[in-house]
Design a protein around this ligand. Structure first.
Ligand code: BGC
Length: 903
């Protein structure tokens, strides 16, 4: 006897809590749990209610979908009456199973309907650039610093409430970064909000239910503003280090109060606000923070504070135009882990070195008892130099220095507000006798961790951990290349090669929905996608953003397709389709003869490869063919037959051109590099007989490199998949398990806790690579993660039935791995696989969530497979294929010597 299903993990527009709706038809998704085989959802009923209790009771006083006979459980659109703004609503779902039994109502989730841009009644407010006559500029040199970073602005407004409050929501955002306070309480736990967008076009806001923080009578709303991405230092262009979007940070907030008697009050930003400065003498992403606790202003965010010396704010219209205000599309950045730091050495100059044991992005919290005026300087580094000091040369112009000046008030605890550093180690300078406690705090866009994988091989486990931590350290409002040096930009190739991996590790659906908007905002008038998004000019001599190189500008199409396959989100493709078309047109117009030689811009090629460089025309043309192929598939999904043909035809012609231009009679591809063969094979650019030849060449190039990879950012993703897909599974495992240079294992053998930017970031022979570009936290080479999850664990999507509605399970076995235990929380439910060796015997088990199906392929003939409950099993070229529905299945079989992998 099975139980009815449980519907859980409710998501609206990909989020557990939506801070506001940017659409009139928000989409709802839920996951299903429940034991038993072949189980399906036959119906659902969605309710949207004004209270949690009503939602839980199935009372949809805003909307009740009624019982809908449907298996749909992902991105089901709202179809009730137009939702009013500024509501906090609650939704739940009930589902029917194959016997028609209804589940209990799911634990409700919240929806803030939000505030459309035109409903924001307040002003953008900021400190004056030049104070009005009669006002004094503070004559205070505490704020002077060699970086010209500005002190944080403190803003406050008193207001009074005479009627009891029923409900209150604060909508708030900034040009810059903010912390908001109500009656002295910090609102929410977001860090670096509102995140990074192209502030000239769009800024995201957050919504907080603050009902419980309001009091009758006098209240105070406050905020601290930092420069952030808006006007602080971002990127590596020293000529344009800061002020990318404007010259000073600004706040926009609207507190919407509904009283018990039904009346409303709205507290907005405007002339009632005052501003001053406080203990944050500066706080800049690249520079760090100087915090002087002696300058604290106790009670500044409480009503009745003595505001002598506070200045009026300036209300102004941001240039070049006020940005559109939209609700956040992804989770906020939050503090996600705390790691105690251990003192490991004291240097001759008195610096005390601390180690968190993990390279990460974030900051350290310092707890200390000190005298007033005692100063503690913290420098951050990813690595130690040979003499045990911090290795900081790879930070380039990033100062990564936090300074705390104590007030002498017993135990004081400090952590910076508007900065972050990429670090594992910290060097502390300060009074030597001080007793300090240091804790490293990791921050990231707080997407749910969805995947886990453990094997019987320690090195592989460390690789999984390094991938996780590099994603964690770089998925910070936008997917950055690295978190430590003066760069931290949303590079599109790094992201596109890693995207499929990223989606296993965390739920990146909201994160991509948001970043795709940034990418769209950055697209140039001629259709070119850019190298980075949000896009700021990198080249000091260009006034517009850098157009995308092959593999870089192609990223949005590749990631959009991956987003569709993983989440079944067809709407994102529809929304951005014309942008994809414009990029395709842009390439095509510049390259009428079908070789991608023009409009290749910075043409980075197979960036940071080792050994012979791959011909850039080969890379560029292969990528063009690939995105033409994807465009034709996307057009099919969008029911656009003309474009299916148009791009299908372009793909066919590019394949021909590629073969004619680059592939010799013996199948050798121009340049004869691993990446050339990998791209040609994985992008389907070769005829069958040429594929075999290409595989032979590929294996030869690996053998010639002593069994090593030589690929850069673009090639690396394809190594293990291509070898395994083309009959050389052992070769794929060989590369994975290699520990000699260059390999993933090499960096791990050197103690890496994140993925390095370069294969040779540090070697025993040469020490550190060039300081100009040597990050130890760059996820691109971690793109092997998709193969670990999709193939070793066997948890893969199926293009014909996306969103993991059908799961393709083609696990790969190798006794050097010993076992694999993996799970992936898909948006439909939890998928799990498990395999292990006992001699030559393999046991494989798979959990398929309700309402999903699996196609399992195992390398053994049907008659040699032991199993219990499956019925649909057929022989296939490589062994057998099993089709099954939801359930938990166990298989046992023997592998022959050749299939086991080396001993
Ligand atoms: C970044 C990359 C990026 C590359 C472009 C580097 O500075 O760190 O990861 O993709 O430039 O070549």
């Amino acid at each position: 006897m099975t139980e009815p299903f449980t519907a859980y993990r409710l998501r609206c527009e990909h989020l557990a809590v939506v801070p506001g709706l940017n659409t009139t038809a928000p989409r709802f998704s839920w996951a299903l749990a429940g034991s038993g085989e072949g189980r399906i959802q036959t119906s659902y009923r969605l309710v949207l209610a004004t209270s949690q209790a009503k939602a839980l009771a199935g009372i949809g006083d805003i909307w009740d979908s009624g019982l809908v006979a449907s298996p749909a459980q992902s991105l089901v659109p709202y179809s009730g009456r137009r939702l009013l703004e500024n509501r906090r609503l609650h939704w739940s779902v009930q589902v029917g199973d194959e016997q028609g039994r209804l589940s209990a109502w799911a634990q409700p989730a919240d929806i803030f309907t939000g505030l459309p841009s035109d409903q924001w009644g307040g002003d953008w407010i900021a400190r004056y650039f030049v104070l009005p006559t009669g006002r004094e500029v503070p004559q205070n040199t505490d704020y002077d610093n060699r970086f010209q970073a500005r002190p944080a602005d403190y803003l406050r407004r008193d207001f009074s409430l005479s009627t009891p409050v029923r409900q209150a929501t604060l909508y708030v955002t900034a040009l810059g970064v903010y912390e908001a306070y109500l009656n002295g309480q910090r609102i929410g736990d977001a860090v670096l909000a509102p995140g990074w967008t192209d502030y000239h076009q769009r800024v995201e806001y957050q919504s907080y239910d603050v009902t419980d923080l309001l009091v009758g009578g006098a209240n105070c709303l406050g905020a601290i503003l930092g420069e952030g991405w808006y006007c602080g230092r971002v990127g590596h262009n020293q000529r344009r280090a800061g002020n990318h979007y404007g010259g000073r940070p600004a706040l926009n907030a609207q507190l919407m109060i509904t009283h018990q008697d039904g009346t409303t009050t709205s507290i907005t930003t405007g002339q009632q606000w005052q501003t001053s400065q406080g203990p944050i003498c500066y706080s800049d992403m690249l520079v760090g923070e100087l915090y002087d606790a002696r300058l604290e202003r106790p009670g500044w965010n409480l009503s009745g504070h003595d505001t002598t010396g506070w200045q009026p704010v300036e209300s102004f219209l941001p240039a070049p135009r006020p940005p559109v205000l939209e609700a956040s599309r992804c989770e906020p950045v939050r503090e996600v882990a705390r790691l105690p730091m251990r003192e490991i050495a004291q240097l001759e100059d008195g610096t005390r070195i601390f180690d968190s044991g993990q390279n990460l992005a974030g900051y350290a919290e310092l707890s200390v008892t000190a005298r007033s005026g005692d100063s503690f300087t913290m420098h951050h580094a990813e690595m130690l130099a040979a003499d045990g000091s911090l290795y900081r040369e790879n930070l380039r112009f990033a100062v990564a220095e936090d300074i705390f000046i104590a007030a002498g008030r017993g135990i004081e605890t400090f952590k910076p507000h508007f900065t972050f550093h990429g670090f594992r180690y910290l060097g502390l300078r300060g009074p030597v006798e001080a007793d300090v406690t240091l804790t490293a705090i990791a921050i990231q866009t707080d997407s749910e961790t969805t995947g886990g994988l453990e094997t019987g091989n320690e090195m592989v486990n460390q690789l999984v951990s390094n991938i996780f931590w590099s994603q964690r350290g770089n998925f910070l409002s936008v997917p950055t290349d690295c978190p430590q040096r003066d760069e931290r930009l949303g590079w599109s190739a790094d992201a596109q090669v890693f995207w499929r991996t990223a989606g296993y590790v965390m739920d990146v659906s909201g994160f991509y929905a948001k970043w795709m908007e940034d990418i769209a905002d950055a697209q140039l008038p001629d259709g070119a996608f850019t190298d980075i998004a949000p896009s700021r000019p990198l080249n000091p001599y260009r006034l517009t953003a850098q157009p995308g190189a092959p593999g870089w500008g192609d990223g949005p199409i590749i990631m959009g397709w991956a987003h569709y396959l993983r989440y079944g989100d067809r709407d994102l493709l529809a929304t951005h389709y014309q942008r994809f078309v414009r990029w395709m047109d842009h390439i095509e117009a510049a390259n009428p003869n079908l070789l991608r030689l023009n409009a290749v811009y910075n043409n980075y090629g197979d960036w940071l490869s080792i050994g012979p460089a791959t011909d850039r025309a080969v890379v560029a043309t292969a990528y063009w063919a690939h995105i033409a192929d994807l465009m034709s598939r996307i057009a099919r999904v969008l029911n656009n037959p003309a474009d299916v043909d148009r791009y299908g035809d372009l793909f066919a012609r590019l394949r021909q051109r590629f073969a004619a231009e680059f592939v010799a009679a013996d199948g050798a591809i121009r340049g004869d590099t691993q990446t050339a063969y990998l791209l040609a094979l994985d992008f389907g650019l070769l005829e069958i007989k040429r594929r075999e030849a290409a595989m032979i060449h590929l294996k030869r190039t690996i053998a010639a490199a002593g069994g090593h990879l030589q690929t850069g950012f673009l090639g690396v993703k394809h190594l293990c998949p291509v070898l395994a897909d083309n009959g050389d599974t052992t070769g794929a495992f060989d590369l994975l398990l290699n520990q000699t240079y260059p390999s993933w294992g090499f960096s791990i053998a050197q103690g890496a806790t994140t993925i390095w930017e370069r294969w040779d970031g540090w070697t025993p022979q040469h020490g550190f690579q060039a300081r100009a570009m040597n990050s130890f936290n760059h996820y691109a080479y971690g793109s092997v993660g998709e193969w670990l999850f999709a193939r070793i664990a066997g948890i893969d999507w199926d293009e014909a039935d996306p969103g993991f509605a059908t799961i393709r399970m083609r696990p790969l076995f190798d006794r050097r791995i010993g076992f694999s235990r993996a799970h992936y929380q898909s948006s439909r439910g939890r998928i799990q696989t498990d395999w292990s060796f006992e001699g030559n015997t393999v046991r494989f088990s798979a959990t398929i969530p309700p309402n999903s199906r699996a196609l399992i392929e195992l390398p053994v003939a049907p008659h040699r497979l032991q199993y219990e409950t499956v019925t649909d099993i057929t022989a296939s070229a490589t062994g057998c294929q099993i089709a099954c529905g939801a359930g938990l299945y166990h298989f046992t079989f023997e592998l022959d010597g050749g299939q086991l992998g080396p001993a």
